[in-house]
Design a binder for this molecule. Sequence first.
Ligand code: 13P
Ligand code: SF4
Length: 330
Amino acid sequence: MQTNPTQLTDLQKLGYLNAPIPKDVDLVAAIQQLKKEKNAVLLAHYYQDAAIQELADYLGDSLYLAQMAAKVDAAIIVFAGVHFMAETAKIINPTKKVLLPDLKAGCSLADSCPPADFAAFKAQHPNAVVVTYINCSAEIKALSDIVCTSSNAKRVIDSIPMDREIIFAPDRNLGRYLMKETGREMLLWDGSCIVHEAFSFDKIVALSKANPTAKFIAHPESESPVLEVAHYIGSTSGLLNFVQKDPATTYIVATEAGILHEMQKQCPEKTFIPAPVEDETCACSECAYMKLNTLEKLYNCMRHEQPEILLDETLMTSARQPIERMLALG
Ligand code: 13P
Ligand code: SF4
């Protein structure tokens, strides 16, 4: 059986996910206790709520979390992130029980690449090497030659012989950025991330003018005009490393606002401003999927060991090789 964000398990329908938790339960202490009792390891992405980040055994970007998921020796991997991340952990460490606090924690980028459409696109370019961003489903990974993250995408593309045609999916913004960085033409899939496309170029320019000493830094999932005015472009861990080493004291940050927690923790004397979004009526710089995970759901998930990521063996075997090729490149 395969799970995905839209297919709820019977247990989930029964509502254990939102099962009432007695008021006197100290969730942080209880989750720490459950980790010990159940021999579970908690992996969390920088876009999670601060309280979840603080509980993580491993906190990081998509690449680091995939690398850790491959190495974990505990019985249970609890993934505080989104579905494709937990799915990747299951594929590369299939004997572990992999839990995701809320199965509905999907990803707009992964959703923008339906497997049947992508298979048809790939069939039109039978000689192309297929490079896919890790933000995609297991089915898309199974149709790929090699996976990448925003941390290692340039290295992955540079590893492909110059005479080979390349398909890059699903993020068109990251793809365009990589074409510039590598000097390679690529056939791009037309997908995008709702969070990174919400940033307003005009408001970023205005905010930068109002804060002339601030540096503007951005994730490569952002649109080209936004990237063109950035002082630095990088993955979440790249952005974090940059602010730690750079001499400036104020940064306007164009990525999901959860990263600001670790930035502020690492650099308490510096100021971090979330980049403004087009629609002021919504918290668009927060990923609604990532934020579906809460301390309560994490607690219930660990208590009941549900929802579990379960994937078809054949699918896992096909999706594993392109991920392992990426991990071998470092
Ligand atoms: P990284 O943490 O790899 O930069 O990815 C960002 C992201 O969008 C995860 O969904
Ligand atoms: Fe997907 Fe964007 Fe959310 Fe990352 S921030 S999980 S790419 S929707």
